[in-house]
Design a protein around this ligand. Structure first.
Ligand SMILES: C[S@@+](CC[C@H](N)C(=O)[O-])C[C@H]1O[C@@H](n2cnc3c(N)ncnc32)[C@H](O)[C@@H]1O
Length: 219
């Protein structure tokens, strides 16, 4: 099936990663203008505060899907050693300007190789929902493998109910996918995460997110 969105003609079977990368490269400036100042009652600041309480200053943090670096990477980099990872060069260029204290890496998080048990925390805000459904579980397991024992994962998951889809968003065709909350919980449990916070947050116009702070425990 082909979707004509006025920007490009996209096959839903095309590689979702290519679509996501091209989409953010094209609209990074618009994303920054709309979300860079944060959103009303921004859950990122609240949950980063929860994470920060449990980490020591200088802790090693990987931020997956860091985007333009604001507000989240900037907040994290005030206290921690942060490496931001993103698939979009345009997002990373904005992040490097805005958060010079952090290191950045261009990568598809699902293909990223990092040393095992080397980080104190991994954060992932509004980015798991751009991974194909059948890659969520493996990505959670990968994140678990990078964390030191007792390390923390802070992430927002979509709650959409297991659909892969392409829709127009911020003027580009964008790939979205999310499981329901119980499946997210099962993926986390299977990767030996223990939930410390598991909160359903509704925001904006009908958006629904599952915010999770979870501890990596021994298998
Ligand atoms: C909605 S934005 C969120 C950005 C930032 N976390 C925030 O809170 O503003 C999603 C980000 O995830 C990145 N992303 C999506 N899929 C990715 C992947 N497979 N690997 C790395 N980054 C990815 C996108 O390029 C984009 O910058």
């Amino acid at each position: 099936m082909a979707l004509s969105l006025g920007i490009a003609c996209v096959r839903v079977t095309d590689n979702p990663k290519t679509l996501v990368e091209a989409g953010y490269d094209a609209m990074a400036g618009r994303y920054l203008a709309e979300f860079g100042e944060g959103i009303q009652d921004d859950p990122r600041a609240r949950f980063i505060a929860e994470l920060s309480k449990r980490l020591t200053p200088g802790a090693d943090v990987v931020e997956l899907g860091c985007g333009a670096g604001v507000p989240a990477t900037a907040l994290l980099a005030e206290r921690f050693r942060v490496m931001g990872v993103d698939i979009s060069s345009a997002q990373l260029a904005l992040a490097r300007q805005r958060v010079p204290r952090a290191r950045f890496l261009k990568a598809d998080m699902t293909a990223l190789e990092l040393p095992a048990e080397s980080f104190d925390a991994i954060t992932a805000f509004y980015c798991f929902n751009h991974l194909p459904l059948d890659e969520h579980q493996a990505m959670i397991a990968k994140a678990a493998s990078w964390l030191r024992l007792g390390g923390l994962l802070l992430a927002s998951f979509g709650t959409g109910g297991s659909r892969n889809e392409v829709e127009e968003w911020l003027g580009v065709p964008m790939f979205f996918a999310s499981h329901g909350m119980d499946i997210n919980r099962r993926h986390l449990a299977d990767a030996h995460f223990t939930l410390l916070i598991d909160e359903h947050v509704r925001q904006g116009e009908g958006e629904s997110w599952q915010w999770v702070l979870a501890r990596a425990d021994a298998p």
